[in-house]
Ligand binder design. Structure first.
Ligand code: FAD
Length: 261
């Protein structure tokens, strides 16, 4: 399929202005009319929203259902359909190479075959999706933290103050030791979570622990790594400034750090 060949781009639109962490409150409606679903609503902060060929859209299909967790479904929506509009968000703190957009769906019609899986199972599909996507975010956190540490080590080995390399100060060595240890801990936990996903033993708690701790470590390590750059770290001539801006979102998307717990 075009997606796996890199010829198509997609995304997953869940978040709404009044339904962020509380995904069961999503109110974008999809009403079955004949052979089509008619979709109306507004999604915010959607990755690839303005460049995707199609999106998975998390919709309210069964508002009368007694159980809140059986009210939503996931639909594939091709972005060239009439009534689909996406506004690219400018001014993100980081991840600026990645497109993020607000989406407006106004009487967007898709064939009923665009329903993914069974109607009313959207919330459970979402939870299964997070069991995997949070593992990727954890891996992103490990890589980002390792990259920040590498930059810090490079800097302290070249920068001199008080007549010697700042790497020679024991205070600096302690920081490097602490950062390395924190990264190794979350790398191990992330490997475990990913191994379980790969081997069909996906474990929600392990993935959530990996995502929460790797994101926290990325934020902490990138802060200390920038500190070791002194004022130069605050200026965008140095890559660490970009790492600092990129880290925070790992504690926000795919479930905030509070929601992971
Ligand atoms: C760069 C970027 C890309 C994104 N990409 C996507 C995407 O592709 N698709 C998509 O659907 N969404 C995407 N999002 C949205 C993201 O998933 C949401 O921002 C996130 O889920 C949090 O929702 P919210 O912003 O509405 O915050 P809120 O839910 O309003 O949370 C605000 C604060 O309240 C806390 N809080 C909320 N409920 C509780 C509770 N019960 N207990 C304790 N604390 C609580 C939260 O943890 C947080 O600290 C993206 C966001 C960003 C910034």
């Amino acid at each position: 399929p075009p997606l796996t060949q890199g010829k198509a781009i997609m995304g997953f639109a869940i978040t709404e202005p009044d339904a962020g962490s509380d995904t069961l409150s999503a109110s974008t409606t999809a009403v079955l009319s004949g052979d089509e679903y008619v979709i109306n609503g507004n999604k915010v902060m959607i990755g690839n929203g303005s460049i995707a060929d199609f999106l998975l859209i998390y919709c309210l299909t069964d508002p009368e259902e007694a159980s809140k967790s059986l009210r939503h479904s996931v639909l594939v929506v091709e972005t060239d359909r009439e009534g689909y509009e996406a506004n690219k968000i400018e001014g993100k703190m980081g991840l600026r190479a990645s497109d993020t957009a607000n989406i407006f769906l106004s009487d967007v019609k898709v064939p009923k075959e665009n329903l993914v899986g069974k109607r009313g199972q959207g919330f459970f599909q979402l939870m299964q999706f997070f069991d995997r996507s949070r593992a990727y975010v954890a891996a992103h956190g490990v890589g980002l933290a390792q990259g920040a540490l590498d930059l810090a080590i490079k800097h302290v080995k070249t920068r001199e103050q008080f007549g010697q390399k700042i790497a020679a100060f024991q205070a600096t060595q302690f920081k490097i030791a602490e950062m390395s240890t924190k990264i190794e801990l979350v790398r191990t936990l992330t490997h475990k979570a990913c191994w379980m996903v790969d081997h069909g033993k996906t474990h929600t708690k392990t993935v959530a622990m990996a995502k929460w701790s790797a994101a926290r470590t990325a934020v902490e390590v990138v802060d200390e790594a920038l500190q070791l750059h002194g004022g130069y770290g605050y200026i965008n001539d140095h890559d660490i400034e970009r790492f600092y801006r990129a880290a925070k979102v790992l504690e926000i998307y795919e479930g905030t750090k509070e929601i992971e717990k």
